[in-house]
Design a protein around this ligand. Structure first.
Ligand SMILES: [Mn+2]
Length: 238
């Protein structure tokens, strides 16, 4: 039976954009890649709050994708918001933190992408750079200024993990994050870094079915990107 994977929605509405309607939505690219990888995508809205229904939701799903989106509010890692913090959505933060904790406890597979990786790090006690450009001015360019569907910077990959199997020792990935992992959670192991030393992928130390990457493989068309989603499908099937 095909596994069913919940994909967390982004939110756009009066909170951010004026009164032109409220939307729970996500990019079709996640949905296409999940389907191509042999699983069934299922969108999970975050508003109105479904927090109390998380156990019920996860009894019916085989895994979740924590998708890209706005910044995680720094109060969740005990910092004050700095000037260069971007948009935040504490309602989504709260929902996803509860959802991630539930999945970690129940050993349910999670694929964190971009914001999703940062959120997992925060859930497990890590912290974030609130703005790479102002805090690490010598870093490589992590907010790329070219097409979404092309690579922008290299990553180097640790031995003995799924990414190494997919890419070998290095990859060339796209990059749309102005935040990054500062202190990595003691419960996660970094498995890939950009050449400036920032974490670009990690695996949970106790639950190897919880994986996270900083770039956006849903947008890239080379076979390695689809293979990340295929690998995640195998985690949900076992
Ligand atoms: Mn990057």
């Amino acid at each position: 039976m095909k596994p069913i994977v919940g994909i967390i929605c982004s939110y756009s509405g009066s909170l951010f954009k004026g009164n032109d309607g409220n939307f729970n939505y996500n990019d079709e690219d996640y949905i296409i890649k999940v389907k191509q990888a042999g699983a069934i995508p299922f969108l999970i809205p975050v508003r109105p709050s479904f927090e109390e229904d998380i156990p019920n939701i996860m009894n019916r799903l085989d895994g979740i994708i924590l998708s890209g989106g706005v910044d995680v509010h720094p109060s969740f890692y005990n910092e004050e918001p700095k000037i260069k913090l971007g948009y935040v959505d504490q309602i989504r933060d709260k929902f996803e933190i509860s959802l991630a904790k539930h999945c970690i406890n129940k050993k349910i597979p999670i694929l964190g992408i971009c914001r999703g990786m940062q959120l997992l790090n925060v859930v497990e006690g890590g912290s974030l750079y609130q703005d790479i450009n102002s805090e690490l001015p010598d870093s490589v360019q992590h907010t790329q200024k070219t097409y979404d569907r092309v690579g922008n910077h290299y990553i180097k990959i640790e031995e003995n993990n799924f990414l190494r199997d997919i890419y070998g020792d290095k990859g060339f990935v796209n990059s749309f994050h102005h935040q990054a992992i500062k202190k990595i959670s003691p419960n996660f192991q970094a498995i890939a870094w950009s050449t400036d030393g920032l974490v670009e992928a990690m695996i949970h130390k106790e639950n190897s079915n919880i994986i996270a990457i900083q770039w956006h493989p849903e947008l890239l068309e080379e076979v390695q990107s689809l293979n990340i989603f295929k690998y995640f499908t195998t985690l949900m099937s076992s």
